[in-house]
Design a protein around this ligand. Sequence first.
Ligand code: ZN
Length: 518
Amino acid sequence: VRGAWFVALWALSTSAIAQRDWGAAPARPAGEGEGPFERLIIEAGLMVDGTGAPPTGPLFIIVERNRIAQIIHGEEATGVMRGPQQRPGDKYIDARNGYVLPGFIDSHVRLIESYGRASTEPQYPLKLLLAHGITTISAQQRLEDADWALKLRGQSARNEITAPRMEVWAEFSAATPEEARSKVRAAKAKGISGLGEGWIEGPLDVMKAGLVEAKRLGLPTIWHMDSATTHRFNALDAARLGLSGSVHWYGLTDALQQGYPSPRFGDDFNIGNQRSKFSAMGRLWKQVAPPGSERWNQVIDELVALDFTLEPTFSVYEAHRDLMAASTADWNRDYLHPLFERDFQVGYGVSHLYDWSTTDEAEWRNNFHLWMQFVAEFKKRGGRVIAGSDSGYTWALFGFGFIRNLEMLQEAGLTPLEVVTAATYQSALAMRIADRVGSIEVGKLADLVIVDSNPLANFKVLYGTGVASIDSDGRPARAGGVRYTVKDGIVFDAPALLADVKKLVETARGSSKEATEE
Ligand SMILES: [Zn+2]
């Protein structure tokens, strides 16, 4: 969901915002994250390597400094492990009853908009992400804010702050084709990894010029297309010019519209009004080529042939089909920052779910059903689906929203193993960083998630709040949660990160209460 307000604000006071100091994440205190180590030995019950290979174990994963140096498979038949001889100074993690996965990649996080908007401390989203096993994010930024984001990227790369790795993806507006081309070149020159979200805004010829230039320079483009222009230039048109992928679904339904009547959204429809827009969007998929139709098949086949990527960000739309579930989720009690809570209720461009009706939710459920069938079929035919979350909007909370997205990809029809691959290796391919991260392979960076229970059997075990369970005395309990997140060979205690966030939220609630009483 794009923050139209931000663009408007930008237009009003470009210079003021350009000079604004967004603040920096605090330095990583001593003791927060252990390592890297000369040798880190992880003895694991089962490994899911992220490439799509079946789970395997038992095994040892040997990390030297920040690289995966060796993977030693156990002899399953006897259960006898030929482990490495431990040396003094080695760090050993006993995950014999656990599961090891590659660090997750959240390919859609609007970091600056989110915490700039809510003025929360940077460590709030960063720690929530890391505590959920997310070791890499794609930070979607205005090109004008890129320096700030690149600085943060450097701090994270040097492990000076407690944060996932950051790939900076930029967006901008342009008035002429030449300006579009020059901004694409400027982005490339700055070290931007890709162009994302509403990455180019302007007239049609401007968008096309930007797209062609990005392709020429080899910059990947994953686009939240502007739904006010997709009827003239849809996702398939853009894919033919070199667009790498789409965020959400904008432009896809327009491609599916060909041969079908124009959609009808009611006589008082206004796409400039978020409440009106998102109510109508829930009635969109039922008005285009239905599953199995000739056009539906054509669009899927051509997008797959063009090596297109779909990043549906399902979870950021979940509130549209069940507002009460999203607004009262388990994690909101301890981890929902009061400034985000306020934004989710009344923030323009952040939530538009006021006076949301039974009909709206019913339509959105049906909408999800049709949208998910499209995504699943695209995947089945060889298309790339990735797991960006767009958390920070419409009740989708950092980290939790990403895990919820995994559940929803499974609901769409991906197998749990395909979901993990979407969240790791496939995302790395789409972001063009698969040479370094995205799977557990010798030579890659040591980004890992260690969990006590099997996420393939239940993705809910990855939530920081775990799974509702029963203890040995028959009392209600919570089980699960990520145990360790390893980023760049540094071992982070995930529950400790969550405890920090919980404290931060308590403090923020205390001061917002005081402010209200004054
Ligand atoms: Zn968006």
